[in-house]
Design a binder for this molecule. Structure first.
Ligand code: APR
Length: 316
């Protein structure tokens, strides 16, 4: 059976994710949905007309959904569902300012996903990310390994790009890592970052690393401030699409994602940015890496900050 992926939300993040997924040419079908009448169908029509040029066979299907779940039968049989529905930030807003509005949207979406695609792996990207991921698990009641969030791949990509630009080296020679929350308690991990295999700390002064760490932590806000309307979507959709591909191909690829942590790093019972092997069942396992004492302390701090917020969302 061919693979099917659904992208909920046909805004900037959703439409670019659908485009990337279609262009991989590994899915039979990419479904894109939105509550705006006609928008998903228009995007699907447009994307399908790019097939002869780009040379892919994946079919894109656009579905308008209603408040009471109308249209959701279109997502039936999805192996993966990427949830992008929700408001993006405006300049000056933090991701947390979106909490209540997006909680209503994500809960409604997740309940319908549970009903119509009960076997899907759910990848959440709506913000605030860690909280929306936790909420999607509560609303779907799916096993925790089947609900995960996209943030770490994006934050890591931002960090890597900043390092490559600063050192004027190819991005492929740089490896970085970010863990923790997709927000103020993001934990970039210099001790695990390398340039051509050499520790980042040997090729870049500590002060400059700290500058790039801060810039990474504010990476989303920097884009929002420039765009003025809406938030980033090219790098975010690249990350989310890779995760969906890893699920579809059962690749076992290890990526930084927002996953349920159960004892790793001495942390339990919270959705948090960690590295994990991704496959057909979602998170196959969380991969623990050695951290410096201060990085581990920051990760624990992030876990407690996220835990406090995640406790609030159960009732949203
Ligand atoms: N079901 C489906 N789609 C919905 C729903 C819903 N219940 N509610 C809103 N949407 C749709 C909107 O109609 C809109 O088309 O979600 C889309 C959001 O698109 P944009 O406003 O372009 O926002 P985008 O940049 O795509 O960001 C989406 O990702 O990065 C996060 O913070 C960002 O939470 C935001 C999300």
């Amino acid at each position: 059976m061919g693979k099917k992926v659904t992208v909920v939300g046909a805004g900037f993040y959703g439409s670019t994710t659908a485009q990337r997924l279609a262009e991989y040419d590994v899915f039979d079908t990419v479904v894109i949905t939105d509550i705006i009448e006609g928008k998903p169908a228009g995007i699907a029509l447009d994307l399908n007309q790019s097939r002869p040029v780009e040379g892919f066979e994946t079919k894109v299907v656009g579905v308008t959904t209603g408040r009471n779940g109308e249209g959701y039968e279109g997502i039936e049989g999805s192996d993966v569902v990427v949830i992008t529905a929700g408001l993006p930030r405006k300049p000056g807003m933090s991701r947390m300012d979106l909490l209540e509005t997006n909680a209503k949207i994500v809960r409604q979406v997740a309940e319908n996903v549970a009903k119509y695609a009960p076997n899907a792996v759910v990848i959440v990207v709506s913000n605030p990310l860690d909280e929306m991921t936790a909420l999607a698990q509560i609303a779907t009641q799916f096993p925790r390994n089947r609900v995960l969030g996209q943030a770490g791949m994006l934050d890591t990509a931002r960090f890597t790009n900043f390092v490559a630009e600063a050192l004027e080296v190819p991005v492929k020679s740089v490896r970085t890592l970010t863990l923790g929350s997709h927000g103020d308690t993001m934990v970039p991990v210099p001790s695990k970052s390398t340039v051509d295999g050499k520790p980042l700390r040997e090729v870049m002064p500590a002060e400059q690393i700290e500058d790039l760490v801060v810039r990474t932590r504010n990476g989303g806000a920097e884009v929002v401030a420039l765009l003025k309307t809406g938030s980033a979507y090219y790098a975010p959709s690249a990350a989310a699409a890779r995760m969906a591909k890893a699920v579809a191909e059962d690749s076992g690829e290890v990526m930084p994602v927002c996953a349920w942590v159960d004892g790793e790093y001495g942390i339990s019972g919270v959705y948090l940015g960690v590295e994990a092997a991704i496959g057909a069942e979602g998170v196959k396992r969380v991969v623990e890496t050695d951290l410096d004492a201060d990085e581990l302390a920051s990760l624990k701090e992030a876990a407690e900050a996220v835990r406090a917020k995640q406790a609030d969302i159960a009732n949203m």
